[in-house]
Design a protein around this ligand. Structure first.
Ligand code: SAH
Length: 300
């Protein structure tokens, strides 16, 4: 059987409405490609771009939905979407979802797509912790430099028995890593409901108890994030979001912070902000193709 594959670029702000629409009309399949891009990032471009790529699959005889999709996008996005359609064979469709996600090692962790868990988990070398991740509709496949920077650093921190808040958890990848490293309690929050669903799914896939890794919708002002004591706060979020939330970040009861998602051009401004609002100093820095990892200690 053949499928119609529609490759789309749509504004990020309509992505949720779009997936609701896809669920409603019922398509053969779809997925969002989050940051596996063919074009390199522009020097001043931040982590989340304004549009997002989708692939939608329709059954061969389903011509009606192709028209519905086009009408939906014209009505909600006007001219600001890109559309390309082609015929593919069944096998391609089944493999398409998986072509971007292959197991890979970052520091002491091995990121394994959930659909490869049977084969890949058993071949993970001694001392390497497998993280089973299905990125679904959330950010956090592990491919992005900022995620890799945090995962790389986490392997050097002693997380055993620690309490960790992960704000902007996306797929939950960093929280899953913390749990695998023995953190006793992790609170993973995200303002995006898709991320909450995705992080919950990934937690369960990894056999992590819901009491060890709590996933909830929210941001820096989430009640428990603000009111409980944390050994470490992790936030892989853009500079703009960190800056806008700096007062809320400062009031979190922790002395240890791991930030990523800040581009090199904003590093100095961010460090000034931290010095001014949090106090303390940077204790570890790492850069990867224009992205900065900043580990901060409030007091010695
Ligand atoms: N932690 C994951 C995902 C990082 S992407 C990783 O390291 O790969 C950043 C995430 O932050 C996105 O899922 C986005 O929905 C979320 N986010 C953006 N602004 C936020 C805010 N103000 N509060 C909480 N989460 C936010």
């Amino acid at each position: 059987m053949r499928y119609r594959e529609i490759i789309l670029n749509i504004p990020k702000e309509i992505a949720e409405e779009f997936t609701d629409f896809l669920d409603e009309i019922g398509v053969a399949g779809y997925y969002e490609i989050l940051f596996d891009r063919e074009v390199p990032r522009a020097p001043d471009e931040e982590i989340i771009s304004d549009d997002t790529k989708f692939r939608v699959y329709l059954a061969e005889e389903d011509r009606e939905n192709e028209t519905k999709l086009l009408i939906f996008l014209k009505a909600t996005a006007g001219e600001s979407f890109y559309w390309e359609a082609r015929w593919i064979e069944t096998k391609e469709y089944e493999e398409a979802y998986k072509e971007f996600y292959k197991p890979f090692t970052v520091g002491t962790y091995r990121v394994i797509p959930t659909w490869e868990k049977e084969t890949a988990a058993s071949t993970t070398p001694e001392g390497i912790l497998p993280l089973l991740i299905n990125p679904g509709l959330a950010f956090g496949t592990g491919h992005h430099e900022t995620t890799r920077l945090v995962l790389g650093r986490m392997g050097y921190l002693s997380l055993n028995g620690k309490k960790i808040a992960d704000v902007g958890t996306g797929s939950g990848i960093l929280s899953v890593a913390a749990a695998k490293s023995g953190a006793s309690k992790i609170l993973a929050v995200d303002i995006d409901p898709n991320s909450v669903r995705s992080a919950t799914f990934n937690r369960d896939e990894n056999g992590i108890a819901p009491g060890q890794m709590i996933v909830e919708e929210g941001g820096f002002d989430h009640e428990a994030v603000q009111n409980e004591n944390w050994d470490l706060l992790i936030a892989n979020i853009t500079f703009a979001v960190l800056k806008a939330n700096i007062q809320k970040i400062a009031s979190i009861k922790t002395d240890h912070f791991l930030f990523s998602g800040v581009i090199t051009e904003r590093k100095e401004e961010f460090l000034e902000l931290l010095k001014d609002r949090l106090g303390g100093e940077g204790i570890h820095f790492l850069e990867d193709t224009g992205w900065e990892l900043i580990e901060w200690k409030r007091k010695g």
